[in-house]
Design a protein around this ligand. Structure first.
Ligand SMILES: Cc1cc2nc3c(=O)[nH]c(=O)nc-3n(C[C@H](O)[C@H](O)[C@H](O)COP(=O)(O)OP(=O)(O)OC[C@H]3O[C@@H](n4cnc5c(N)ncnc54)[C@H](O)[C@@H]3O)c2cc1C
Length: 401
């Protein structure tokens, strides 16, 4: 017997939990299906940066690539507002601090990148100010004398990756959503007005338990497994998996209130509410390959020592006080990007009622994705033009229903 809901959410990361919360708050009956535990993958492993400026990976390939990446700015601007009110709406803190973000330049060339970047961002309505070296150190005395300029965005900041996803899931449950963990979606198919979603989970007796859920809308919030979910529907949702490295230092008295990034190297750093400094910014880990020589998403990525060293050197280069601090832990996680740096987000053409969102800084964008998909599912039309993020824009429609 199928269990019938208005919406089925596949995936219990930040996005799936935000979707379940917003849909249920809107009055929909919702079930969230998560194969593992909530927040166990990218949403619980990431750096927690709330990025509203273009990131290094978006500016390192020149102005044209930056222009394209900037098309996601409306989603970022909405995310800034949604994160700001999230804790109050959920009735519990999700560790949001929007104390401002600095993107640093240590050379005249990097300073010129910041100028072009700020001009582009302002054209989309983002508040970004250019500071010279002295102005930067007035605002952020912890920075090295090597910093010659910075772009300052007052709304940037961070959220607590350990709290945000679970708090959203708790909010969803309070609004009546069901959350089923250890429940893997194995097939999705159309049946008249409904989508039928089949699952497998281990029963109390250890036997595999198969169930079926029906709904008129299905939200694919599978993160790096989005392409696998697409293949269940006969469409190619083109995402590129990327394994990344993070490190965290021992606690130290608070001295970094900002999100710090760099215009010339991979770096993001911030200090947690407990005093630990989180260091990341896109240094790669190694994704093992499977027998078909494709990335094996079931395998744990392997740490690359040079990444840890390079990341630490970039951090110490601009924040010298980090040098004596021991690194407590280094870890890796896998996320998705797309060939044009823009997200895949919206209803999948040819599959009415199937919605998807993934790609890029999707921790930052989770609330915006959830808002847009909820509005579309409930026939309201998204407040943002979703055309640039059309999920099949890379031509991957194999088998439209
Ligand atoms: C090291 C690192 C640092 C990062 N730093 C930042 C940052 O600072 N800021 C930022 O904005 N972004 C950052 N990101 C990216 C960000 O973490 C992800 O984009 C975001 O967390 C994706 O959220 P999600 O809910 O879509 O995916 P996930 O958190 O990966 O959740 C997807 C869930 O779907 C489940 N699932 C998949 N297939 C199935 C199935 N068949 N059945 C049931 N469940 C299924 C998975 O088990 C998983 O729990 C970083 C990523 C990494 C790895």
């Amino acid at each position: 017997m199928s269990q019938i809901f208005d919406s089925i959410v596949v995936g219990g990361g930040l996005l799936g939990s935000a979707l379940a919360w917003m849909l249920a708050k809107d009055g929909a009956s919702v079930v969230l299906l998560e194969r593992d535990q909530l927040n166990q993958h990218a949403s619980g492993q990431n750096a927690g940066s709330l990025h509203f400026q273009l990131e290094y990976r978006m500016v390192e390939h020149g102005l044209e690539a930056a222009r394209q990446a900037a098309e996601a700015m409306p989603l970022h601007l909405e995310a800034a507002a949604l994160w700001e009110q999230l804790g109050a709406e959920l009735g519990e803190s999700v560790g949001v601090e929007q104390n401002g973000g600095l993107m640093l330049a240590e050379t005249a060339e990097q300073a010129a990148v910041l100028e072009r970047k700020a001009e582009l961002e302002r054209s989309w309505g983002l508040d970004v100010e250019l500071l010279d070296g002295d102005e930067v150190r007035m605002l952020a005395p912890y920075l090295s004398d090597s910093v010659v300029a910075a772009a300052y965005c007052p709304i940037e900041g961070k959220a607590d990756t350990r709290r945000a996803g679970p708090a959203l899931a708790r909010g969803a449950i309070r609004h009546g959503a069901q959350v089923r963990t250890r429940t893997e979606v194995t097939a999705i198919r159309r049946d008249g007005a409904f989508w039928r979603v089949q699952t497998e989970s281990a029963g109390a007796d250890g036997r595999v338990r198969r169930e079926e859920f029906r709904a008129s809308t299905v939200m694919l919030a599978g993160g790096v497994w989005t392409s696998q979910l697409g293949s269940m529907l006969g469409v190619s949702l083109a995402t590129i998996p990327l394994a990344l490295t993070m490190s965290v230092t021992a606690k130290t008295p608070k001295f970094i209130p900002h999100l710090v990034q760099h215009a010339g190297t991979r770096l993001s750093l911030k200090q947690s509410s407990d005093g630990n400094v989180l260091i990341g910014g896109g240094w790669p880990a190694r994704l093992p390959l499977n027998e078909s020589m494709e990335p094996d998403l079931a395998a744990r990525p392997e740490l690359i020592t040079e990444s840890v060293i390079g990341n630490a050197a970039a951090a110490i280069g601009v924040v010298p006080a980090l040098a004596p601090l021991p690194v407590l832990r280094t870890w890796v996680g896998t996320t998705t990007v797309t060939p044009d740096q823009l997200p895949l987000a919206g209803e999948v053409p040819g599959l009415p009622g199937i919605f998807v969102a993934t790609g890029g800084s999707a921790f930052t964008l989770g609330p915006s994705f959830a808002r847009a998909l909820t509005d579309l599912a409930h026939g309201r039309g998204a407040s943002i033009d979703m055309a640039p993020y059309q999920p099949l824009r890379f031509g991957g429609n194999n088998n439209v229903a």
